[in-house]
Design a protein around this ligand. Structure first.
Ligand code: HEC
Length: 162
């Protein structure tokens, strides 16, 4: 039977084999559907949030901040999250996001930090790009005292007691 190819006319055809280069290069400057242009931390520094003031969703930004950032930076962003403290991540001064330094960063730089991570801080690219801008907006509101942080979690108050 192996000498009688079935549908040989379909096996030999001018279509692309798996892993062959796509016939068309994407036009320069375009981004393939489902992928995201990468921005380094330095490139991000000059980015401006695409969110119009009416699009800012502090509830969403706050929810994401509490999920992804509060473990290290604390739910109030003052740097005392539940994983920080004795026998945990050593106290790093930059964990306090109310510091002069953190306030002085551009929104783009903070977005870039969430995107790329820096030093011991991992990348949070898993948060969609526009939602990362919401996290930045929430952090700004937190720094300005415009929103109240949620009540401390049981985890972080345990650290305070140590
Ligand atoms: C695993 C712990 C951890 C998590 C989670 C984390 N960070 Fe960080 N973050 C750090 C560390 C450590 C540094 C200091 C990095 C360095 O020194 O380069 C830092 C630094 C920063 C800085 C710069 C502070 C400064 O003064 O230089 C910002 C802004 C920041 N983080 C925002 C965030 C945001 C927003 C999130 C949530 C998306 C987040 N981080 C999640 C550990 C974390």
């Amino acid at each position: 039977m192996k000498y009688i190819p079935i549908f040989s006319s379909m096996a030999e055809q001018p279509s692309l084999e798996a892993y062959e280069r796509p016939a068309l290069e994407p036009p320069p400057g375009t981004v393939a559907l489902g992928s995201e242009r990468t921005w380094t931390l330095l490139e991000s520094d000059s980015l401006v949030s695409p969110l119009a003031s009416g699009d800012v969703d502090l509830e969403l930004g706050g929810e994401q901040f509490q999920i992804f950032c509060s473990v290290c930076h604390g739910s109030d962003a003052r740097g005392k999250g539940p994983v920080v403290g004795p026998n945990r991540i050593p106290d790093i001064p930059t964990l306090d996001l109310h510091s002069e330094q953190a306030r002085a960063y551009t929104d783009g730089y903070i977005w870039g930090m969430i995107t790329n991570g820096r030093g011991l801080m991992p990348s949070y690219r898993r948060i969609p790009a526009t939602v990362r801008w919401q996290v930045v907006a929430y952090l700004r509101a937190l720094q300005a005292g415009e929103v109240a942080p949620p009540a401390e979690t049981a985890g972080s108050s345990a650290i305070e007691a140590e």
